[in-house]
Design a binder for this molecule. Structure first.
Ligand code: SAM
Length: 234
C-alpha cells in the first residue's frame, strides 16, 4: 500500500469503489435518494454537475434512473477520471457524461446546470472558507432554481458518537473489508479528514448563498443535505 492518506492516484483510489461500499452503509441508497431530491428542479434532459465524480457512482446511478440527464463530472484525480471513464464505457454510458480533470473552477460559471452534487468531497478541505468557496462556486453554476446535494463525513465530540463509530468495523467486516485496509483507512480519517459538525456544515452551505438547506440522509457519521433557493416553511 502507498503512504499518502486517501491517495486517489494509487492504492486507495484503485480499491475505492469496492471499499467505500464496505464502510458506508446505504452508500448506493444515498446516491439514488440524491436523484429524488434533485428531480423537482430538473427537466427530463437536465444537466447535472458532479463535483468529485470519483469512480462514477453518481453518474451511473442517476444516469440509469434518469435516462435523459447529461452529466459533467469533475475530479482532481486523473486516475479517478480514468476509472470513471472506463466504467462508463463498459456500461455503454460514455455518451452520457463529459469528464474533466480539475476543479469546479474549470467549469464555465454560466448558470447552466439544473442540479449539482458534491458527495464526499468537501470533507477533504481543511479551511471553512475553502468549503464555503466550493459550495459558492457550485451555486454560481446553477440555474436560479437549481438544487445542490452535499454529503460529507461529520464529527461530533461525544462518547456516544465514538461508541457508535467503533461499531462501524462490524459492518465493514460483515461486508468483506480486509482488516489491514480498514485500519489504514481509520488512521487516514483520524489524521486527514477535515470533518466538522453537521450544524456547522449546514451553516457553511447557507453562507454559500443557499437559503434552504435540509438534511435528508444520515448513516453513522455521513450526512447529506439538499440545498436550494426555494423558501420552505421549516
Ligand atoms: C471520496 S471520493 C467521492 C467520489 C464520489 N463522489 C462518490 O460519491 O463516491 C472524493 C473524490 O473527490 C475528488 N476531489 C477531492 N477534492 C476535490 C476538489 N476540490 N475538486 C474536485 N475533485 C475533488 C477526489 O479526487 C476523489 O475522486
Amino acid at each position: 500500500m502507498d503512504n499518502r492518506p486517501f491517495d486517489f492516484e494509487a492504492d486507495y483510489g484503485a480499491h475505492y469503489d469496492t471499499f467505500i461500499r464496505q464502510v458506508i452503509p446505504g452508500y448506493e441508497g444515498l446516491h439514488a435518494l440524491a436523484g429524488a431530491m434533485l428531480e423537482p428542479s430538473c427537466p427530463a434532459n437536465a444537466r447535472i454537475l458532479v463535483i468529485g465524480c470519483g469512480s462514477g457512482t453518481e453518474i451511473i446511478c442517476l444516469g440509469r434512473l434518469y435516462p435523459y440527464w447529461h452529466f459533467v463530472g469533475v475530479d482532481l484525480s486523473p486516475a479517478m477520471i480514468h476509472q470513471c471513464s472506463e466504467r462508463l464505457h463498459s456500461l455503454k454510458m460514455a455518451d452520457r457524461a463529459t469528464l474533466v480533470v480539475g476543479t469546479v473552477n474549470d467549469i464555465d460559471a454560466n448558470g447552466a446546470f439544473d442540479g449539482a452534487t458534491c458527495i464526499l468531497v468537501s470533507h477533504f478541505m481543511a479551511e471553512e472558507k475553502d468549503k464555503i468557496s466550493l459550495f459558492s462556486s457550485i451555486n454560481h453554476r446553477l440555474k436560479p432554481d437549481g438544487r445542490l446535494i452535499v454529503a460529507d463525513a461529520c464529527n461530533e465530540n461525544s462518547s456516544g458518537f465514538r461508541a457508535m463509530m467503533a461499531c462501524r468495523w462490524n459492518f465493514a467486516r460483515a461486508h468483506g473489508a480486509a482488516l489491514e485496509r480498514y485500519q489504514r483507512f481509520q488512521e487516514d480519517c483520524r489524521t486527514s479528514l477535515q470533518s466538522i459538525s453537521p450544524e456547522m456544515e449546514e451553516r457553511l452551505i447557507r453562507q454559500a448563498g443557499f437559503s434552504s438547506v435540509r438534511r435528508f440522509f444520515t448513516s453513522l457519521h455521513i450526512n447529506a443535505w439538499l440545498a436550494c433557493h426555494e423558501e420552505w416553511a421549516d
